[in-house]
Design a protein around this ligand. Sequence first.
Ligand code: FES
Length: 118
Amino acid sequence: MKVRFEPEGIELEVDPSQAPFGHDGKPFSILDIALGHGIEIEHQCGGNCACSTCHVIVKEGSENLSPSTEDEEDYLDRAEGLTPTSRLACQAVVKGDVVVLVPKYTRNIHFAPPPGAE
Ligand code: FES
């Protein structure tokens, strides 16, 4: 199945039987796949659903992700630039083709972006 990361336009062909990729987050989550292929997404809590720094916006294929839990929703509420299709990358397990936008920065309440950052 295909996972595409915007805005860079990096498209990966990934195989669930290869998961986990030995990184943080649930096996075959967006975070696991990204980190396993050299795409850096913030993940301050180590992929344990205890922050909101791994916030991504799903542009296509939200139906191809595992449903979000109440815990995930609680942390997402604190994410910068929250949208109706926002997910925590460490919790959203990929089940089919998806396109995700990684915001320029994601932050939690303890982190301030550098001056001039969007
Ligand atoms: S890395 Fe902290 S919630 Fe995903």
